[in-house]
Design a protein around this ligand. Structure first.
Ligand code: ATR
Length: 276
């Protein structure tokens, strides 16, 4: 039996066991995927003991992603760009690390809003945490020439731009309201809107009609940002797709099958979210 798991501190809230469990059943794989609470002080040792604990690898969530990055012996570009890892596997006993958030976000964007890329137009990202880094890197890789980062704490946005370099610039948080007037994609990576709390304060009254509005918050699935964008006739991209798609590369690494993100999987996770 092949075993994998997700580690974090705390870990109770993680939907990863549900996602991977669904795929293990769907593809009739003799495997298991659990969740393990690991304190930050114990994370490096946990990762170094994967093999002796019978694990093929693991997902890593908050607040252990940076520790996983620092512990790995082989690091994919995806994780180097974000300076954090969420997917770990072993190759010749070497701990290998990737960050699949970029893949998850860009894949879902492409599937939900094909043709989002308007070559000459900038992308606006709200927030400058780990998710913003992964997403900014994705747009950079996709060839977007101008990526504007709005963040409440300006220095954090500047550090992100400094690290990723090409095409990135910061803008003042107070200037975010009309970013849909000029951006081909607007992405919220902040926690504003989670469980209905707070309002981002964007104004879509004079938005470009082809602007795509994405949110990485998925509780509720339709955040007030997405509801507002939708009411103005804009295309929207929800946060659940990123969560589902980011799980694909890890599952393939550990269990040897590239799984599909299907409406049935979405339903399973949505039902669980509804139960919260
Ligand atoms: P992650 O790594 O998951 O992206 P994070 O590092 O906690 O999460 O980042 C959360 C983001 O939400 C940050 O950009 C944060 O802004 P600061 O860098 O200024 O902290 C943003 N954020 C959270 N609450 C906010 C609020 N009330 N107003 C504006 N931005 C907020």
């Amino acid at each position: 039996m092949i075993r994998a798991c997700v580690i974090g501190w705390p870990i109770e809230h993680s939907r990863s066991p549900l996602i991977h469990g669904h795929w293990l059943t769907t593809y009739r794989i003799d495997g298991s995927y659990g969740k393990t609470a690991v304190q930050p002080e114990a994370a490096a040792d946990f990762l170094r003991s994967l093999s002796s604990n019978g694990l093929a690898g693991c997902n890593v969530t908050v607040p252990l992603k940076e520790i996983a990055f620092a512990t790995a012996g082989r690091i994919e570009d995806s994780a180097l760009a974000v300076k954090a890892a969420n997917t770990i596997w072993l190759e010749d006993a070497v701990i290998c690390a990737a960050n699949t958030d970029t893949y998850g976000f860009m894949t879902h964007l492409e599937l939900t809003a094909p043709g989002w890329q308007n070559s000459a137009s900038p992308v606006a990202i709200l927030g400058a945490g780990g998710a913003a880094r992964a997403i900014a890197y994705g747009f950079q890789q996709a060839g977007v020439e101008e990526i504007v980062i709005f963040n409440r704490t300006r220095e954090r946005a500047e550090a992100l731009c400094q690290d990723l370099g090409k095409g990135l610039r910061t803008a003042d948080w107070s200037k975010r309201a009309n970013c849909a007037d000029w951006a081909c994609v607007v992405v919220n990576t902040t926690t504003i809107g989670m469980k209905g709390a707070g309002h981002l304060g964007l104004d879509f009254a004079s938005a470009r009609p082809d602007c795509v509005v994405a949110d990485i918050v998925y509780v509720p699935l339709e955040t007030s940002l997405l509801k507002d964008a939708h009411a103005h006739g804009l295309r929207t991209v929800d946060g659940l797709g990123m969560l589902l798609h980011q799980a694909v590369p890890g599952f393939e690494r550990w269990f040897g099958v590239r799984p599909e993100v299907t409406p049935a999987l979405r339903r399973v996770v949505l039902d669980d979210l509804g139960a919260q």
